[in-house]
Design a protein around this ligand. Structure first.
Ligand SMILES: [Zn+2]
Length: 407
């Protein structure tokens, strides 16, 4: 074995010693962190003199651990669902009712929270789609097709009919605003509508409203639905805007309508949205104006939102509860959802006989007396399929097997 020069040996020994010292130091730091952490958990009065001395000696560690605790608490508080008690809720809704009546141009922004009562799962939250998919569970497509507009959807439609609400901007893709009877010119579905597929080869863009979720084969950057335009033969695509995409379709996104509404708005009512995505759309918030010239903000949500500090009023309640009280306060009756009047049935383009097998999603059953042979809900209902991709699978679309079914 060749002899190593002394200098190299010594530098290697030094390096090793240095590394060892570092490891020992890290270990001792960890010990101190553990010790200080344990002591901090003890109520101050119960700490011995010696323990108090230890905390005094390691003041930096105490400070660092306290900072971490504060950060943890903030994060926890942001995720917690908070409920105003009945009395507080009533008094807050009374304030909201005054604002609704006095508003010149009230615009409503809605998120997943207004659809949870329709058994459309929330994206986040303990029963949210993300959580469910992460746990390897599936979501049944019948959950989607059986969903109907909630009380909140119906209240919003009514408030629009009474000209109290001028425009609705929604980040939901479930199509329930449309199905509540809200006119399309008063609606911006910023992230698309799961029932609408379009042909962008036709000019103007040709729209096909369907009675089923058209997104089963689509995912991030892959929007072809597998069906073709009956006019030009072009590929049809869904209207869904996935996380990380930019929606450019004129309809159903209707950005123009949303931006104009925001410009005119003097009051904005946010319902059931975490606002984490909506806050990024600058044109919705008039942030370029001085604070006193911006629309007054009212937020109804159980969890923290990044706009809470800017809101004139934050109502911690379920949307349906708040809207029921609001309509009572406004003395306006809440219309019940009536399947017979659901506009989707008159808007829908029925599939050609050879297209019926082009999807496996359940079909919304038309009201009695309006059945048509083209879409056969009974046949579709035989097998309960689970939903994995499409608008539900935001971010989960990767690696999903594409079901190829001959048209
Ligand atoms: Zn076409």
């Amino acid at each position: 074995m060749a002899e190593e020069p002394d200098a190299a040996v010594s530098s290697r020994t030094e390096r090793k010693a240095l590394e060892k010292a570092k490891i020992l130091q890290r270990e001792s730091e960890r010990k101190i962190f553990r010790l200080v952490g344990r002591l901090l958990k003890k109520p101050e009065a119960e700490r011995s003199e010696e323990e108090a001395g230890v905390l005094l000696l390691h003041r930096d560690t105490v400070e660092e651990l306290s900072k971490r605790q504060v950060r943890r608490n903030v994060l926890k508080r942001k995720q917690e669902e908070v409920f105003d008690d009945a009395e507080e809720l009533k008094s807050k809704v009374r304030q909201l009712a005054v604002a609704v009546k006095q508003a010149n141009h009230l615009v409503v922004y809605t998120g997943a929270g207004i659809s949870t009562a329709a058994s459309i799962p929330d994206y986040r939250g303990p029963n949210g789609v993300w959580t469910q998919l992460q746990k390897g569970r599936t979501i049944s497509s019948s959950d989607l097709s059986k969903a109907a507009p909630t009380l909140t959807h119906m209240c919003i439609r009514m408030l629009h009919k009474e000209t109290l609400v001028k425009h609705v901007v929604s980040q939901n893709c479930d199509g329930l605003h449309l199905r509540s009877g809200l006119p399309r010119h008063a609606l911006s579905e910023l992230h698309g509508n799961m029932f609408i597929e379009v042909c962008t080869s036709c000019s103007p863009v040709r729209e096909y409203v369907r009675l089923f979720d058209v997104t089963e084969r689509t995912s991030l950057h892959r929007h072809a639905t597998g069906r073709r335009c009956s006019h030009c033969g072009g590929e049809l695509r869904d209207t869904i805007v996935h996380f990380g995409e930019r929606g450019t379709l004129e309809q159903p996104l209707n950005w123009k309508g949303a931006a104009e509404a925001a410009k005119m708005a003097d009051v904005i009512l946010c319902l059931g949205s975490s606002l984490k995505v909506l806050k990024k759309y600058a044109c919705l918030w008039s942030m370029n104006r001085p604070a006193s010239k911006r629309p007054k903000l009212y937020i109804v949500n159980l969890q923290w939102t990044p706009k809470d500090d800017l809101a004139l009023l934050k109502i911690n309640g379920k949307c349906d509860d708040v809207m029921r009280l609001l309509m009572e306060e406004l003395n306006i009756q809440i219309p019940a959802y009536d399947r017979m009047e659901d506009p989707i049935f008159s808007l829908a383009t029925l599939l050609q006989p050879e297209e019926v097998k082009s999807h496996t999603r359940e079909v919304i059953a038309p009201p009695k007396g309006q059945e048509d042979g083209s879409d056969d809900p009974d046949e579709q209902a035989d097998e309960v399929t689970s939903v994995q991709g499409g608008w539900f699978g935001r971010g989960y679309g990767k690696g999903r097997k594409k079901k190829k079914k001959a048209a």
